[in-house]
Design a protein around this ligand. Structure first.
Ligand code: ZN
Length: 310
């Protein structure tokens, strides 16, 4: 007898089961891995991000579906009551980005090898794909060899829908405005054409900036993809284009530009249309569109443009 293809609903259920198991395994791991008081806020932020992403994915699931053991869930909610009460606020970043900061609290940020090993230990001890990031990126002003490292991880979301929403939301506030501008230039466009002819916020980082990405599991260096080449002027031979804003480079470069005014002054935006005023207009449109998207089915929530703070 020929095998029957699974229906869409059955596929959804399988997918949902995998996400739930992954999310549970991930939360459990981080709760046992990190028990210091200073990480409580990061844990709170991470939980909010996980619950929020679970809520907006194509097969939504509630916290009680992630943690089916009721006493365990109650204990968690007692310790971290805020995240579930604020699920109509967007997280500022994906869960693994909070994990990265937990690692940076434990290890010296300038000791890249240790930071990367610590991230690798977490990732390889889990079977989970969500909410684990695959790549870490480090940006640095090389004019001063002892300068601060600015880390970032790739978007750890559960699929296209949440990824697109998180990227759009990141452009509406959390990211540095230049990074947001570069991402928005390509946002609704899968084919390298720019969003509007009136705005092109792609920029070129100064040559003295080092921006290097690594596969977290294997430790191998990863060349920037074509999208990151187009947005930030990173030299690359790569033709693969990841969705604009998905890569670890976006968060890392955003952290660099937010903290290093000298580097930001040296950034070049080649297009005369990449002005602050036009960027703000595009940003306004992106935020309005995002509010519309989440107001409609299947999400149906009112987003006021605010972000969760732990
Ligand atoms: Zn990229």
């Amino acid at each position: 007898m020929a095998e029957r293809n699974p229906t869409r609903e059955e596929e959804f259920l399988v997918q949902q089961h995998a996400y739930r198991v992954n999310a549970f395994q991930f939360i459990h791991k981080m709760l046992t891995w990190c028990q210091t008081n200073e990480t409580k806020l990061l844990m709170d932020e991470m939980l909010h991000s996980i619950f929020f992403l679970a809520k907006i994915c194509s097969v939504p699931f509630a916290p009680e579906e992630i943690i089916p053991d009721n006493s365990m869930l109650q204990a968690l909610l007692e310790k971290y009551p805020k995240p579930v009460r604020h699920l109509s606020q967007f997280p500022k970043r994906t869960p693994f980005s909070s994990v990265l900061d937990m690692v940076l609290l434990k290890e010296e940020p300038e000791n890249e090898a240790r930071v990367r090993r610590s991230l690798q230990d977490i990732v390889t001890s889990l079977e989970a794909t969500f909410p684990v990031s695959s790549t870490v990126c480090i940006s640095q002003n090389t004019r001063d060899p002892s300068s601060r490292r600015h880390y970032g991880v790739s978007m750890s979301t559960t699929g296209c829908n949440p990824r697109g929403l998180m990227i759009a939301a990141s452009c509406c506030g959390p990211w540095d405005d230049y990074v947001a501008g570069a991402v928005m230039t390509f946002l609704s466009n899968k084919r390298k054409k720019r969003t509007t002819p009136e705005f092109d916020g792609a920029f070129k980082l100064p040559e003295y900036v080092r921006c290097e990405a690594f596969d977290i599991s294997t430790g191998e260096r990863k060349a920037p993809c074509r999208s990151c080449g187009n947005m930030f002027g990173l030299p690359t031979e790569e033709i693969k284009e990841w969705p604009y804003g998905n890569c670890a480079e976006a968060e890392s470069v955003s952290n660099l530009l937010k903290h290093e005014s000298e580097v930001k002054t040296d950034v070049i935006i080649p297009s005369p249309t990449g002005t602050d005023e036009r960027r703000k207009r595009v940003q306004h449109d992106v935020c309005d569109k995002l509010k519309d998207v989440v107001r409609n089915v299947p999400l149906q929530f009112n987003w006021r443009g605010d972000f969760y703070t732990a």
